[in-house]
Design a binder for this molecule. Structure first.
Ligand SMILES: NC(=[NH2+])NCCC[C@H](N)C(=O)O
Length: 407
């Protein structure tokens, strides 16, 4: 497996981490959708077909695809690690009552095959599976939540979020929602125990279970000197300060972190829902946030983070920082905000660069794709109908492990 090397958003992509959606999607019950962070119920069979297409596009373009569920399995290299995994999972699964915890533990311990164990943790555990009745006369008949001992992890296919690989290190995230916090167990286990990292354990720039939340969809590696991080629904300013302190004092060579403050709403939950990088001077930017983005610059001086306000002119800040003669923004389709709002909802602004000016996009976002095409961007269009129901696009669904250096 390649080593971690992510010093840009756009250098030729060599390897990536994905998760193939599984049984967890069949546990998205409409009345649990809010809690599970979905707005609709995807159809698993087609989601898998679409996801395999996504992986094929990447492979056909020379990218090595790793699946997080397989890496997690390979990281269980001893009985202690297996037991620790079960205990951490139980700790974070919000199981109610000691009796139920005991039953879940026994059930998981009885699954001897480590891949099955991981897949079960991801899928969610119904009370019935551990021998509990979910329909006692005392239970709330209208609440499907009562059928579950542990909820599924349907957002795991958005591998962008639970950890971010930056430079040669790991930003292991503290998630905003309870239901996603458990997803970070797998990444943490991989970077600490996978045989591929045995002789070269990556450094951590942030930790899961920190006091403030930070998610990978907010982290964008603009260059080998600058990382942008969104202050968003999911990521708190204080988390960025802590992350910046660790990153900027490491030997990876980064010099500053730019914070971009977003409106706090579900549709703009992460920076990459409204802003992605396609080339040094070409970005997608959702026009709905242009006027309101406040930009802060974080640098390290005498071991402390210094914060400077840079105003709202994102165009100027980017071209000054990246040393370009201006930048071009992919913003509005022919119908202006109508296209913009519709395509932002289906993640048109969320592109995954597999090299400079070469991106994977959802096919459905015609207006944005047309603009990209006119700006000489090579497009790999992913035909889908189910994946976008989880409110994430090609960038959200992937975590680059290794890119060629670009700067
Ligand atoms: N990087 C991203 N934009 N990820 C999108 C994640 C979507 C997911 N349903 C959530 O609400 O968490």
């Amino acid at each position: 497996m390649d080593k971690i090397n992510v010093f840009s958003e756009i250098g030729k992509l060599n390897s990536i981490i994905l998760h193939r959606p599984g049984e967890e999607l069949t546990n998205i019950v409409p009345s649990l959708m809010d809690e599970l962070l979905f707005d609709e119920v995807p159809y698993l069979k087609n989601a898998q077909i679409e996801h395999d297409r996504f992986a094929d596009i990447l492979r056909d373009n020379g990218v090595e695809v790793h699946y997080i569920e397989k890496l997690a399995k390979e990281s269980i290299v001893s009985d202690e690690i297996r037991q620790e995994l079960i205990e951490t999972f139980i700790d974070e699964a919000s199981i109610r009552g000691l009796e139920e915890i005991k039953l879940v533990r026994e059930y998981l311990e009885s699954i001897k095959d480590n891949q099955k164990l991981i897949d079960k943790m991801i899928a969610g555990i119904r009370k019935e599976e551990i021998g509990l009745k979910s329909n006692s006369i005392l239970s709330r008949k209208d609440s499907v939540r009562e059928f579950y001992s542990t909820l599924p992890m349907p957002n795991l296919y958005f591998t962008r979020d639970t950890f971010a690989l930056v430079g040669s290190g790991v930003c292991m995230n503290t998630m905003w929602s309870n239901v996603r916090q458990r997803e970070s167990i797998f990444g943490d286990m991989i970077f600490k125990n996978h045989p591929a990292f045995k002789d070269n354990k990556p450094k951590y720039y942030y930790n899961k279970n920190s006091n403030y939340t930070l998610e990978g969809g907010d982290v964008i590696v603009l260059s080998n000197k600058i990382v942008a991080v969104g202050i968003s629904q999911r990521t708190e300013g204080k988390a960025i300060v802590e992350f910046a302190k660790n990153l900027l004092s490491s030997d990876d060579g980064f010099e500053k972190v730019l914070c971009l403050a977003l409106p706090i709403s579900r549709s703009t939950m992460h920076l990459d829902t409204v802003f992605t990088m396609i080339d040094k001077d070409l970005f997608t930017v959702y026009p709905g946030i242009r006027g309101s983005l406040e930009i802060l610059e974080l640098t390290l001086q005498d071991g402390e983070i210094k914060i400077k306000e840079l105003g709202k002119d994102i165009e100027r800040v980017l071209s000054e920082n990246l040393g370009t003669d201006g930048v071009t923004f992919i913003e509005n389709g022919p119908r202006g905000m109508i296209d913009a709002e519709i395509e932002q909802w289906s993640d048109g602004y969320n592109t995954l660069a597999i090299g400079p000016r070469e991106v994977v996009v959802y096919e459905r976002n015609d207006a944005i794709n047309e603009l990209l095409y006119k700006n000489n961007v090579k497009l790999h269009k992913l035909v889908e109908g189910e994946l976008s129901r989880g409110r994430g696009g090609p960038r959200c669904m992937s975590m680059p492990l290794n890119r060629d250096n670009y700067f």
